[in-house]
Write a protein that binds this ligand. Structure first.
Ligand code: HEC
Ligand code: HEC
Length: 221
């Protein structure tokens, strides 16, 4: 290696460190800027972030009260194609990294709303809700299904930035995510924790746990 190469390598190392330093500067989350940008999201996720369950249609998840870093990760995953969904991809592409941080802070600051509508509860059988509760709170060790609460927090209200709140989330959304993991359509979770669990569940169990969780309070009582 001649002298020029060595200098060149030193220069690129400096440039690399410089650009790493710049890109690592964290954006200070500003919910007010997030609110201004969130108008784009209202049609589906609603202004209060409550989302909507459309029976037999697409289900738009509640974003209100979810952890900000979790929301940021999901939007980045949609943006880079690590998580795939035709409705979301286009919207994630419209947002730069700063906007993603601000929008996440905005939705995280909103009070969590519970999806469980009485008509939903009435259409689930008592056995189904009982089975869903079992899976969510004590698991089914015969099928190696760990209770959801083991990771998602004692009342499934979320734990830290990695494990999102699932209590009070919409029925259709919970069901679709579990089916997506079973079929390999969602695989953006680093350690494949969810794919492993979903693979052990029957369709009846998926429906049961989604039904029970959707009827639970989305915030501590
Ligand atoms: C046309 C409807 C639509 C619009 C508009 C929309 N979304 Fe979504 N969003 C969805 C759907 C559907 C999903 C569920 C995707 C899936 O099943 O993987 C979703 C999922 C998400 C998730 C993942 C939530 C979770 O719990 O993992 C985030 C975060 C999100 N959207 C943020 C936004 C933001 C921010 C905007 C506005 C910039 C927006 N969305 C606009 C339909 C929409
Ligand atoms: C071993 C830990 C673990 C257990 C047990 C677990 N999960 Fe998860 N779950 C995760 C992780 C991690 C994520 C976030 C994946 C990501 O980052 O995209 C997740 C995400 C989810 C999501 C997506 C939520 C959203 O907002 O997009 C649903 C739905 C879900 N889990 C349902 C369940 C159900 C139902 C059970 C119980 C039958 C369960 N999980 C048990 C680790 C776990």
């Amino acid at each position: 290696m001649n002298k020029n190469h060595i200098q060149g390598a030193g220069l690129s190392a400096c440039l690399l460190l410089f650009s790493l330093g710049v890109s690592a500067a964290p954006t200070t989350p500003d919910p007010a800027q997030g609110k201004a940008a969130a108008g784009l999201c209202e049609t589906c996720h609603k202004a209060d972030g409550s989302g909507q369950n459309i029976p037999d249609g697409e289900s738009w998840p509640r974003l209100a009260g979810l952890d900000a870093d979790y929301l940021t990760k999901q939007m980045q995953d949609f943006k880079t194609g690590k998580r795939r969904n035709p409705s979301m991809e286009a919207f994630a592409q419209m947002l730069d990294d700063e906007k993603i941080v601000h929008i996440s802070a905005w939705f995280a600051s909103l009070p969590a709303t519970t999806s469980g509508q009485p008509e939903d509860t009435e259409s689930y059988s008592a056995e189904q809700l009982e089975r869903g509760k079992q899976l969510a709170t004590v698991g089914d060790w015969d099928q190696y299904v760990v209770p959801c609460s083991r990771c998602h927090g004692p009342d499934n209200l979320g734990a830290g930035t990695v494990f999102p709140a699932i209590a009070g989330q919409h029925f259709g959304y919970i069901r679709d995510q579990l089916l997506d993991w079973q079929q390999g359509h969602r695989d953006n979770d680093a350690q494949e924790l969810m794919a492993t669990i979903a693979a052990r569940m029957s369709t009846e169990d998926v429906n049961a746990v989604a039904a029970w969780l959707s009827t639970q309070p989305a915030a501590a009582q």
